[in-house]
Design a protein around this ligand. Structure first.
Ligand code: UDX
Length: 438
């Protein structure tokens, strides 16, 4: 199959590289000449484990190429994927579809055959209809079909998720388009037995939002249960295990923490609420989830202050982990931003360390001292706070930490340290949803 991928952002680049690794011939197109130039030098515009290697090997095998020339890129393509950004529109929270529609128009203007046009970007229900309308207006006789094929990639595990998905969702009622999509994903059904679920296009578009909203609800639910655990002296990790062993609930996405962040959950839950409002069908559970999560992030800053005795004035806090989760440099809606703001507002000085996120974090955080290691950050601090569970924080030398800190206090917002281990090292541990230990 010959595939064109429009947009070399996170989704486009990972999808393009993985499709080429399946053996398809893939051309990735982006308007940003600098990005394409960097990709030609095998420099990735994002941090994603394994991506540079995957791109390099497929470029070498001549299955993967990059260009700024959309017309050349889509020539003779069996499928053209639209994988451009859909940020939250400033002011109203709706997904901004201007990049999607501009790409659709440019594709329509340059179509040479009867390709399948696939929206991979996360787009609100009905966007496929609009792309189809643009196509009918600009290239009325093209015979091209518009398909929805949402992605479910997690940052940091995107290649694994792409190659071993729980399912692939394809939205179209056109049999010819289904055949093309079946052929594109055949390597998955052959090797991984991953089911390809065919649905109508609007259904497929909604599946993406419903999936992300449900996961956000699940996390937020366990976060509130964590608060209750603290109040009644129960242990949220055991509650998660206990409820998660019920197959109807499932154990994943039940890790209590400082609240969800990232490029997807915050944006997609808001976009779902907008769609719901437009159709006068309120989604009250998702509304509550968004509110609870927003409040929670700042509340985690207050939790740290409480652990320090209720007063942050003149105190120094060492923050470990700034990105919204490990194995990414992504700072979008990261809980660390709210935690740090709450600490600074209360008069604390913040020293921070993150393995990959510092460059992205710098413009978003003023007055923070960025340090080269967890131990440098902890120097003379009144508390050490783990905000993101990077692997390198799982094996800290806790005794050395206890000696480095001014006050041996560890606030572990990801519950990565067992209380006994912290106690042995001489640290007072405060977790999330954990009973108090003396
Ligand atoms: C998410 C979806 O998982 C993915 O399917 C979709 O395509 C894009 O959005 P991503 O944002 O990369 O992926 O990260 P994910 O691993 O889902 O984590 C999202 C946020 O939830 C992070 O802030 C993470 O720390 C938090 N989280 C996740 C929890 O607090 N607890 C959990 O149990 C799981």
């Amino acid at each position: 199959m010959r595939i064109a991928m429009i947009g070399t952002g996170y989704v486009g680049l990972v999808s393009g590289a993985c499709f080429s690794d399946f053996g398809h011939e893939v051309v990735c197109v982006d308007k940003d000449a600098r990005k394409i130039e960097l990709l030609h030098q095998n420099i990735m515009p994002i941090y994603e484990p394994g991506l540079a290697e995957l791109v390099a090997s497929n470029v070498k095998a001549r299955r993967l190429s990059f260009t700024t020339d959309l017309a050349a890129g889509i020539k003779d393509a069996d499928a053209i994927f639209i994988a451009v950004g859909t940020p939250s529109r400033r002011g109203d929270g709706h997904a901004d579809l201007s990049y999607v529609f501009a790409a659709a128009r440019e594709i329509a203007e340059n179509l040479t055959g009867s390709s399948v046009i696939v929206t991979k970007s996360t787009v609100p229900v009905g966007t496929g209809d609009e792309v189809e309308r643009i196509l009918a207006e600009v290239a009325p006789n093209s015979g091209a079909k518009v398909v929805s094929n949402p992605e479910f990639l997690r940052e940091g595990a995107a290649i694994e998720d792409f190659k071993r998905p729980d399912r692939v969702v394809v939205g179209t009622n056109d049999e010819g388009a289904r055949e093309v999509m079946r052929a594109i994903y055949r390597p998955l059904s052959l090797n991984q037995n991953a089911p390809v679920l065919f649905t109508g296009r609007r259904t497929s578009e909604l599946i993406k939002y419903a999936a992300n909203a449900f996961l956000a609800v699940k996390i937020t639910f366990i976060n509130e249960i964590a608060d209750l655990c603290e109040a009644v002296g129960a242990d949220v990790q055991e509650v998660s295990r206990g409820i998660g062993m019920d197959n109807r609930i499932g154990g994943k996405f039940l890790h209590a923490g400082p609240g969800y962040g990232g490029s997807c959950f915050p944006k997609d839950t808001l976009a779902l609420l907008k769609t719901a409002a437009d159709h006068e069908t309120p989604q009250r559970i998702v509304e509550a989830t968004v509110q609870v999560n927003d409040t929670r992030k700042r509340a985690m800053g207050r939790k740290v202050i409480k652990a320090m005795g209720g007063d942050a004035h003149g105190k120094t806090v060492a923050v470990l982990g700034l990105t919204f989760k490990p194995n990414t440099d992504d700072m979008r809606d990261a809980p660390s931003l709210s935690v740090i703001a709450a600490l600074q507002d209360a008069g604390a000085t913040v020293r921070a360390y993150d393995p990959e996120g510092v460059e992205q974090a710098k413009p978003m955080l003023s007055g923070v001292a960025f340090c080269d290691s967890p131990y440098v950050a902890a120097q003379d601090a009144d508390a050490l706070v783990i905000v993101t569970e990077w692997d390198e924080f799982r094996a800290l030398d806790l005794k050395r930490m206890a000696a480095t800190l001014k006050t041996p206090l560890l606030v572990d917002l990801r519950n990565i340290y067992p209380p006994a281990e912290a106690k042995r090292a001489g640290l007072t541990l405060v977790g999330v949803g954990k009973p108090k230990h003396d």
